[in-house]
Design a protein around this ligand. Structure first.
Ligand code: ADP
Ligand code: F6P
Length: 328
């Protein structure tokens, strides 16, 4: 028989993502709905170690559903990577009467949550919040849709100047290990080539593709590069190489950077965050623990944290084919 849940802690950890506020709000409001106490932990795992715990009620989360970032703040905590750090965190949780923890973050945050669960038998549930969409066991992570729209809007603007000057632009987007942002935004914004970590395009194919584009009458081009792509590891060096191995291209580089992590969440992200936040509290009440709550084929789904942390068997083949055809 599962222990009764009475007081739920919630924190955001790792890289922030638009929609994290909506997820916190949903957790807090669900606690209020089910007459449970809710404690917000500021600054991720660092806040747990340093006892930055604040009681939250339904009114504490007003006017945040539409805000980017995370009002609880987030952090990357080196101390939490040590067992001593996690012991301090556990002691603070139990001293304040918190009996289960909702962690909103990416795979690093889930690794930390899993260790806390295993070492101290403490119930945790993960909500996937990262713009990278790189978590196994969910079709979408909170923040990804907003980031995609931000990237497409930025590339549309760059296209205006690229075509006015007949230029070739290399545009770097986020995605340390995953090409989801690059591939989808690249297709949506009509890129000529898209470089992603999961596929090795090879520089020769890139050069051939640019030559083909030229011959087919294109006067400007957009190449989208995920930051984790091997070929585009240093986008400035790659653009220099292309400049030295092609003729007639006036080349510019644009690194979109952290604008991709900010801004008001899209409606999709707000709804996703709301569903997962409510689902997380309801799952804890039902005695589920050490799982991640995600969305698969539009259904809210639970997977063990261990599964969420395994590498995605994610094939981008269909999208790559579409990108190849639509960029001819
Ligand atoms: P994300 O959750 O977005 O992937 P990080 O990889 O930076 O972001 O992880 C966020 C935090 O999770 C780290 O700063 C650390 O506190 C915790 N964490 C990451 N990896 C581990 C680990 N192996 N053991 C314990 N905690 C970890
Ligand atoms: O949130 C994930 C991510 O956006 C990665 O794509 C990127 O490499 C990383 O965060 C950069 O984060 P920071 O600048 O906070 O270290």
């Amino acid at each position: 028989m599962a222990n009764k849940v009475t007081k739920i802690g919630v924190l955001t950890s790792g890289g922030d993502a638009p929609g994290m506020n909506a997820a916190i709000r949903a957790v807090v409001r669900a606690c209020s709905f089910y007459k449970l106490e809710c404690i917000g932990i500021q600054e991720g795992y660092d806040g747990l170690i340093n006892n930055k715990l604040v009681p939250l009620d339904a009114r504490s989360v007003r006017n945040i559903v539409n805000k980017g970032g995370t009002f609880l703040k987030t952090a990357r905590s080196e101390e939490f990577k040590t067992v001593e750090g996690r012991k301090k965190a556990y002691d603070n949780l139990t001293a304040s009467g918190v009996d289960s923890l909702v962690v909103i973050g990416g795979d690093g945050s889930f690794t930390g949550a899993m260790k806390l669960a295993e070492e101290f038998d403490f119930p945790v549930i993960g909500i996937p919040g990262t713009i990278d969409n790189d978590i196994n066991g969910t079709d979408y992570t909170i923040g990804y849709d907003t980031a995609l729209n931000t990237v497409v809007e930025a590339i549309d603007k760059i296209r205006d100047t690229a075509s006015s000057h007949n230029r070739l632009f290399f545009i770097e987007v986020m995605g340390r290990d995953a090409g989801d942002i690059a591939l989808n935004a690249g297709i949506g914004a009509g890129a000529e080539e898209i470089l992603i970590p999961e596929e090795d395009l090879g520089v020769e194919r890139l050069l051939e593709s640019l030559q083909r584009s030229r011959k087919s009458g294109k006067s400007s081009s957009i190449i989208v590069v995920a930051e984790g792509d091997r070929l585009g590891e240093n986008i400035f060096e790659l653009s220099e190489y292309v400049k030295n191995h092609t003729e007639g291209y006036d080349i510019r580089v644009s690194v979109l950077g952290h604008i991709q992590r900010g801004g008001a969440p899209s409606c999709f992200d707000r709804v996703l965050a709301s569903k997962l936040g409510v689902g997380a509290v309801e799952s804890l009440i039902k005695g589920k623990r050490d799982v991640m709550i995600g969305i698969v084929h539009k259904r809210v789904t639970l997977v063990p944290l261990q599964v969420a942390l395994t590498k995605r068997l994610h094939k981008h083949d269909d999208l790559i084919r579409v990108a190849d055809i639509t960029s001819t």
